[in-house]
Ligand binder design. Structure first.
Ligand code: ADP
Length: 482
């Protein structure tokens, strides 16, 4: 006999959302001209109206960042900069619940994840980089490495505040100032972060936040006052940015798409592996650039793995993101849902076999049941293109070399996972995989000290760790970044 879970709703009373937001420039909120709605993707409720930044807003923000860099931020010692970062980190911890609820409302991801993963990692990123601020001379990046000045930072909607932390914390620690644009569907936590900057008494203009769409992002990229671009998003937009800066001396790190291979050898501990597969593809609704979206499983254990995976998938709780029992929340936007549906339909048409557990999906909001496709071949589009949703493509292999060949047969190279009890096999496989991040017997583990980034169409450069610092410093030894 099984017991039904009682609802365990997190209260949303801790957040107060304004009806309308402007931009955060030079330490103050300034009114926007045009606005667009931001909704809760689980209910389609309009949460607020976000300003659509134009070239003149970007220009004001860059001017403020330049002034702050010259007059204040570049004059402070690393130790002083570090104090601000520590202060921000502590405030983020104090206000963690507020951020977690707001992120869940605006993004659709489960409160369990915002509360236990996103927001703690955000604080960890600020703490980690606060520690570096006065030790840059000892980071192995040359003597007295210097900041670039103004960093233009453009982030996506899948981990809104975490991507902000990945960008802002190293930029500030290394002495740069920032103009950041959140994604159009998820600006609210960035705007709350602006309040944290005020609360921490961060000098005016060190962090500026301009909201808007792709045209706002392009205005940041093309502004002559911006010396360094840090972008996370789709490979298409990454390519546009690379083209836009090709004839300039702007530096860039680009963290783009992926089609991560999760390789299961026949000696893997199957039950743990199944947990890892679920975490690899269904964490954050599969809206993860490093998701393990291709399961490459040894033929001799494939049947057992798939069978156990289906049993486990039937226990995934899809529903209200604010419910603490929910595992899989809402798809972030209608557009994304359309993309997931389109690519899944292509999987059907290509002859792969689709399976999803029975789920009661709400009529309001954007939902997609956890899904696997078996019988996928390398030529199938669902094996090659990023779906960015809770959809797993399953391929099989016979020899270890075949597993590597299949794993590397992709235009991307962001992440991979290896499941095996043999250490030697793990080392061998990880040496041959062309992926920036490789997990062994785990998946989707993030740490601010660990560099993250990709090969090929997954991007340029690394974020996090010492490598991530290098990308914000002039005399730093950059790793793959332009
Ligand atoms: P996704 O597919 O995850 O929505 P995008 O690459 O479209 O990713 O968006 C990531 C971020 O890049 C968003 O903040 C978006 O507004 C911004 N963006 C979109 N187009 C451009 C562009 N041409 N130049 C700069 N930024 C852009």
């Amino acid at each position: 006999m099984t017991f039904e879970y009682a609802p365990a709703l997190e209260s949303r009373s801790i957040v107060s959302i304004k009806a309308k937001y402007g931009h955060f420039i030079n330490g103050s909120f300034v009114a926007g001209k045009k606005h667009f709605p931001t909704i809760n993707p689980a209910t389609e409720e309009i949460l607020s109206h976000i300003a659509l930044g134009g070239a003149s807003d970007v220009d004001k923000a860059v001017m403020a960042a330049q002034k702050a860099y010259t007059k204040t931020w570049s004059k402070l010692s690393g130790k002083e900069r570090g104090k601000y970062l520590y202060r921000i980190a502590r405030i983020l911890q104090e206000r963690a619940r507020e951020f977690a609820v707001l992120e869940t409302l605006d993004n659709g991801k489960p409160i369990r994840e915002t509360r236990d993963i996103d927001i703690p990692l955000v604080a960890a990123h600020f703490f980690y980089h606060a520690g570096w601020a006065d030790k840059l001379d000892y980071a192995g990046l040359g003597h007295s490495p210097k900041a670039y000045g103004v960093a233009g930072q453009i982030i996506p909607w899948n981990f809104p505040l975490l991507m902000l932390a990945w960008k802002v914390a190293p930029a500030l620690a290394t002495g740069n100032t920032v103009v950041l644009k959140p994604a159009e569907t998820t600006s609210l936590t960035a705007l709350l972060f602006a309040e944290v900057c005020q609360q921490a008494e961060l000098p005016d203009g060190v962090v500026n936040i301009v909201t808007g769409d792709g045209s706002t992002g392009a205005a940041i990229v093309n502004h002559p006052g911006v010396h360094k671009i840090a972008f996370t998003g789709s490979t298409d937009v990454g390519k546009k940015i690379a083209r836009a800066i090709a004839s300039t001396d702007k530096k860039a790190t680009l963290e783009l798409g992926g089609k991560g291979a999760n390789i299961v050898f026949d000696d893997a501990p199957i039950d743990e592996t199944v947990e890892g597969i679920v975490n690899g593809i269904f964490f954050n609704q599969g809206h993860v650039c490093c998701a393990g979206s291709r399961l490459i499983v040894q033929e001799s254990v494939a049947e057992e793995v798939i069978e156990k995976l289906k049993v486990r998938m039937a226990k995934i709780r899809v529903g209200d993101p604010l419910d603490k029992n929910t595992d899989l929340g809402a798809i972030n936007s209608k557009e994304q849902l359309v993309k997931i549906k389109e690519l899944s339909a292509i999987g059907d048409a290509e002859g792969a076999e689709r399976w999803s557990p029975q789920c009661n999906l709400s009529n309001k909001g954007f939902w997609f049941a956890p899904t696997i496709f078996t019988g996928v071949t390398q030529a199938n589009r669902i094996a090659q293109e990023e779906i960015f949703g809770p959809v797993l493509s399953v391929l099989t292999f016979r020899t270890p070399q075949e597993a590597i060949d299949k794993a590397n047969n992709t235009p991307f190279g962001l992440s991979a996972g290896i499941w095996s009890e043999k250490g030697s096999r793990i080392f061998w496989a990880s040496q041959h995989l062309k992926a920036g991040v490789i997990w062994a017997n785990t998946f989707n583990k993030f740490d601010p000290a660990s560099p993250f980034g990709g090969y090929k169409e997954s991007g340029w450069g690394r974020e996090g760790g010492k490598h991530g610092l290098a990308a914000y410093l002039k005399t730093g030894k950059e790793t793959g970044a332009k």
